[in-house]
Every structure is written in C-alpha cells, then in structure tokens.
Unconditional design. Structure first.
Length: 201
C-alpha cells in the first residue's frame, strides 16, 4: 500500500514539475480601463480612451502565436475587458481559428445583449469576480454601491442564455482579503446553488 502511495505521489510531482517546451496559455492584457474602483487595484485611474493597437495587428499577433504553438488558450485580461471596443471581434476571430478563449470580468456589464454576443463569439470560458456573500462586503472591495447585485444578475443572465450546452464554461473568482474571509463558506454555498463549473480563490 505504501509503495503504491509513493508511486502515485511520484507521478503527481512529475506532472507538476514537468516543463513543456512551449507555453500552453497566453495572456492578452488589453488596455487597462475599468468601470469599478477596486481597493486592491488602481487600473480605474487610467485615462486610456482608445486601443493602442489596431484590431488587425492583434489578429496578426494571435496567428503568429498559433503558428508557433499550434492550439493554445488565450486568457484575456484588462481592467474590465467588456469595455474594450475590440473584445467581441477578438474572441470571435480566435474561436474561428481554434484558439480557446477565456475572459475575466467583474460581471457588472453582463446584460442580455452582451451575454448573447459572448455566446455568439464562441467564448470558451469566463471568470466572474464576486468577492462577498454580502452586498456590503463586495461593494466595498469593488468600490461601487450595487456592484454585487449587478454581478449576480449578470451571472444569472449568462447561465440562463447559455442553456444546456453550458458554453461558455463559468467559474466565480474571489479574492480572499481581511474584509471577506469570514464569509467564504457562505459564498461557496451560494455559488454552489448556481450549478456552474467552479469557484476560484
């Protein structure tokens, strides 16, 4: 029994420590613009009003990476990527070229129209930031009153519209801080009721 356990641990460590020749995940950091004022971040102070790169240049970059890596996963970050004017075209272009796409969003902009656009663009997965079980906690961390209600509403809308296909995959992402750690069990229990793919801390 002990030999089997040691063998299993050895296999796990080998997988964790194994270094691939090429990366499997690429992070695309769009212009840093956001609609919230999170206490742990100052991206919202950015004054950027238009993309630094054209859509065509971004597409060219994605394809050059694909020619190098083959299939890969594109993680799209920003302050709030759904503000970016190129976001839907970028996701759609990547998807058509068999590049998996993931976005991280605060969820406040997930209207029915936006959710439909994300589904139509064939987004692979999304992380929605929810930092508190209570409105007061989340809104304080995110710097905007009513932010949690908007995020929960956006999450519910996406779950409803994606239907039985469950695409895109959805996970809630929560930042553990001194302001919310006492609510984590309640938060997990609440998120579990949504029957999404996971919660990330």
């Amino acid at each position: 029994m002990r030999t089997n356990i040691i063998a299993t641990l050895s296999t796990i460590l080998d997988r964790i420590l194994r270094v691939t020749e090429k990366p499997m995940n690429i992070i695309l950091n769009l212009e840093e613009v956001c609609n919230l004022r999170c206490i742990q971040c100052d991206i919202w102070k950015s004054q950027i009003t238009k993309p630094k790169l054209t859509l065509e240049i971004r597409k060219e970059i994605l394809m050059k990476i694909k020619n190098w890596l083959g299939q890969y996963t594109l993680n799209i970050f920003a302050g709030e990527p759904l503000i970016h004017p190129q976001i839907f075209e970028l996701i759609s272009f990547a998807s058509k070229n068999r590049i998996k796409t993931i976005i991280t969003t605060n969820g406040t902009l997930l209207s029915e129209q936006i959710c439909k656009k994300l589904i139509d663009s064939q987004l692979s997965a999304m992380f929605i930031s929810i930092d508190g079980y209570r409105d007061k906690t989340h809104d304080y961390i995110r710097g905007k009153k009513g932010a949690r209600k908007m995020s929960i509403s956006g999450l519910s809308t996406m779950i409803k519209l994606r239907g039985k296909k469950k695409t895109p995959k959805i996970a809630v992402e929560s930042l553990i801080t001194k302001y919310n750690f006492k609510e984590l069990i309640q938060l997990v229990n609440m998120i579990t009721e949504f029957k999404i793919e996971g919660i990330i801390f």
